[in-house]
Design a binder for this molecule. Structure first.
Ligand SMILES: Nc1ncnc2c1ncn2[C@@H]1O[C@H](COP(=O)(O)OP(=O)(O)OP(=O)(O)O)[C@@H](O)[C@H]1O
Ligand SMILES: [Mg+2]
Length: 253
């Protein structure tokens, strides 16, 4: 199997700022008094994660809130740089992302403008965007809201448009984060069908979800994240069982 994505001992550190509620006061007072100085703390959202994804794989990424799933996807998408380690993506592999509500959107612009913006960032020419435009709008079921600023959309509508764009850009790799969180049932079913077709076409999906059912349906492989580390990488049933046990164990401790 041809390798598309490799993460090698990837770590990501964030700086957590305390005293943010009194930011201005702290900053002024901090000039004079030590105890008002803003304290920052290192926080490792990911530690030493290795991941290799081959062409045609559908990999589910599961784990509790804060375990590092979105951070890992953002590193692969190139939104973040790793603090250490490296992420390699095959040069010619095009990536479609639907990572977080609104990421990649300019909320002041209309839906139409955002389709063009997103697609051009992705590398499509104006002519190519025009060719897919109608299909994107139809798929998103946004209707005449397409000419409204995205800030006036409901979160479900933002998600629909983002997924519609990602799906129509025809990428080889789809990075999907919680796409089922806000869509209604009908749209979720539509997303599922699209993703299944995607997999059948031999394309690659990295899929973060809290829905065991969707992961089971879509993925032949599961990675379990816990506390910024990958604690399991293997078969879907085994991975979901482990995650289940982990979640229950952590809930009682
Ligand atoms: N930009 C940031 N600055 C500071 N800390 C961050 C930042 N992004 C993420 N974190 C922290 O890193 C940890 C991992 O976050 P991440 O979003 O990757 O979790 P997740 O597994 O996607 O969780 P969820 O299931 O809630 O979406 C969390 O503790 C989070 O608070
Ligand atoms: Mg997340």
């Amino acid at each position: 199997m041809e390798t598309l994505i490799v993460a090698e001992r990837v770590s990501k550190r964030f700086l957590i700022h305390h005293n943010q509620a009194h930011a201005l006061k702290s900053r002024v007072m901090g000039l004079v008094h030590q105890r008002y100085r803003q304290r920052t703390e290192d926080f490792w959202a990911l530690r030493d994660v290795n991941l290799t994804v081959g062409r045609g794989e559908a990999v589910g990424l599961v784990g509790r809130n804060g375990s590092g799933k979105s951070t890992l996807l953002k590193l692969i998408a190139g939104i973040y740089r790793p603090t250490s380690g490296r992420v390699l993506v095959r040069r010619d592999a095009t990536i479609g992302t639907m990572i977080e509500l609104g990421v990649g959107f300019n909320m002041e612009l209309t839906g139409r403008e955002n389709v063009f913006l997103n697609a051009s960032v992705y590398g499509l020419s104006r002519f190519e965007v025009e060719r897919i435009y109608d299909a994107v709008v139809e798929y998103s079921e946004i209707g005449h809201f397409i000419d409204e600023p995205v800030k006036n959309y409901s979160s479900g509508m933002v998600m629909r448009l983002a997924f519609a764009i990602a799906a129509h850009l025809d990428p080889e790799v789809l990075l999907l984060d919680e796409i089922f969180a806000v869509g209604d049932q009908a749209f979720q079913d539509k997303c599922r069908r699209t993703m299944k077709r995607f997999v059948e076409q031999g394309r690659t999906i990295l899929f973060v979800s809290h829905s065991e059912k969707s992961v089971r349906e879509m993925c032949s492989r599961v990675c379990v994240m816990s506390g910024g580390q990958k604690v399991f990488d293997g078969g879907t049933d085994e991975g979901l069982d482990l995650y289940d046990r982990l979640a229950r164990h952590e809930a009682t401790t």
